[in-house]
Design a protein around this ligand. Structure first.
Ligand SMILES: Cc1ncc(COP(=O)(O)O)c(C=O)c1O
Length: 399
């Protein structure tokens, strides 16, 4: 059906031509509740009217420019985002995708520290290419520099006591060579886990006191997804570099790398040279500024708390013997499935996902990890939550 498109996914996508809020319509007029927020990008829902208007206004002014120029909207957006950050930063640049921004952030850390090694955590997805990909769970390339982490939601735990010597043995000897510890504050693609904060704080302290940087990948967790502005707030750490993507453009491709002048000053601009076609473009900046303004003016995160609670309670109340575990952090939910009667977990994941889709509910899934996963828009309303609950119960009851 789509033979002109290079096949990079294993299934035939559904043809759609309209979206609004939490909903998508296919070309036959059938509507779907989008519990994936596009590709986890639409924290404010599809086609948010203020975002659309900001883009339209900017389209009438200027979309793109040569690197010899800069536009006022880009500077305004920089200020708005720097002010929005929960910890102090005074430098930012804008790129297009999360992968590109992660790649830039890692290269920035190497240039600032003059070190080469990158420490990461198991299960992190950090990007699609270059060093970001190598450091991701998708790669085995630098296995010795990936730390397995304890999952823990208890602030008074003893995870650190039991893991301290394992961390020390990975780090001892090589710590002065580490450019950065790069982490995703909540593992989302990796299976929906929050690493223990004391454990993370211990690693960050060690890295930072030895001159390395802490780079936080907030591409998926940023802008309210975890119930706070940024995922790193759950961990009580003070990162050196924060990377934003996905929700920053609410569907438009823009990403950001945020850091401090103190780090920037360790390199010349020629060392940091980077000039991509759409870096700092005004159209993306206009969109990102409006997105952040909406978060502030509409108290999106505060208003989302009751939705998080309701969905969390609902998923945890699902009493089916094929659900092994429910995991959640903010508006990130995962149902871990297990073999049921004569259906194995892989078949079950595919079956439930397909049947939910037939009922008009799009959910994410991870076959390898046996998960159904939901990252709905933060703006989901009571009626949509009701729709999700009903459809899910209908499908689950008939397995
Ligand atoms: C944590 C994380 N970092 C980086 C990326 C890459 O972002 P993009 O797909 O915009 O390149 C993703 C994408 O899913 C992600 O989940």
């Amino acid at each position: 059906m789509f033979e002109q498109i290079i096949k990079t996914i294993e299934f035939e996508p559904i043809l759609i031509n309209k979206s609004l809020g939490s909903w998508i319509w296919d070309t036959e007029g059938k509507k779907y509740l989008d519990c994936e927020s596009g590709m986890w990008c639409l924290n404010l829902g599809h086609n948010h009217p203020r975002v659309i208007q900001a883009a339209k206004n900017q389209l009438d002014e200027i979309i793109h420019r040569n690197k010899s120029f800069l536009t006022p909207i880009t500077l305004e957006t920089a200020d708005v985002i720097l002010k929005f950050m929960p910890t102090s930063f005074d430098r930012i640049t804008f790129l297009n995708s999360g992968s590109e921004a992660m790649e830039f952030a890692i290269s920035f850390a190497k240039k600032v520290t003059k070190q080469e090694k990158i420490l990461s955590l198991h299960d992190s997805y950090l990007g699609a290419y270059g060093k970001a990909k190598e450091s991701s769970y998708t790669s085995l390339d630098q296995l010795e520099l990936k730390i397995p982490y304890p999952v823990c939601y208890d602030e008074n735990c003893d995870c650190l006591e039991s893991t301290r010597s394992a961390i020390d043995s990975v780090l001892d000897g090589i710590i002065p060579e580490i450019a950065c510890f790069v982490l995703e504050p909540v593992m989302v693609s990796g299976g929906v886990f929050k690493p223990c904060s004391q454990f993370i704080q211990y690693i960050c302290d060690k890295i930072q006191s030895n001159g390395g940087l802490v780079v936080v990948d907030e591409v998926t967790t940023g802008l309210g997804r975890t119930g706070k502005k940024f995922g790193y707030e759950h961990l009580g750490i003070n990162p050196d570099v924060v990377v934003l993507g996905k929700a920053l453009g609410n569907g438009y491709p823009i990403s950001a790398i945020i850091t401090s002048s103190e780090h920037e000053s360790k390199c010349s601009s020629s060392e940091l040279y980077y000039a991509q076609s759409h870096q700092l473009d005004p159209l993306g900046a206009a969109v990102a500024k409006e997105v952040v303004k909406i978060f502030e003016e509409d108290s999106i995160i505060e208003r989302n708390q009751s939705v998080i609670l309701e969905l969390d309670q609902f998923f945890k109340s699902l009493n089916y013997s094929f659900i092994g575990e429910v995991r959640s952090v903010g508006m990130i939910f995962a149902l871990k499935l297990k073999d049921y009667e004569n259906i194995n977990t892989v078949e079950l994941v595919v079956k439930l996902k397909n049947e939910l889709l037939a009922e008009g509910v799009l959910v994410g899934y991870n076959i390898g990890k046996g998960l159904l996963r939901l990252l709905p828009p933060l703006t989901m309303n009571a009626e949509e939550i009701q729709f999700l609950k009903e459809k899910m119960r209908n499908v689950f009851c008939n397995i």
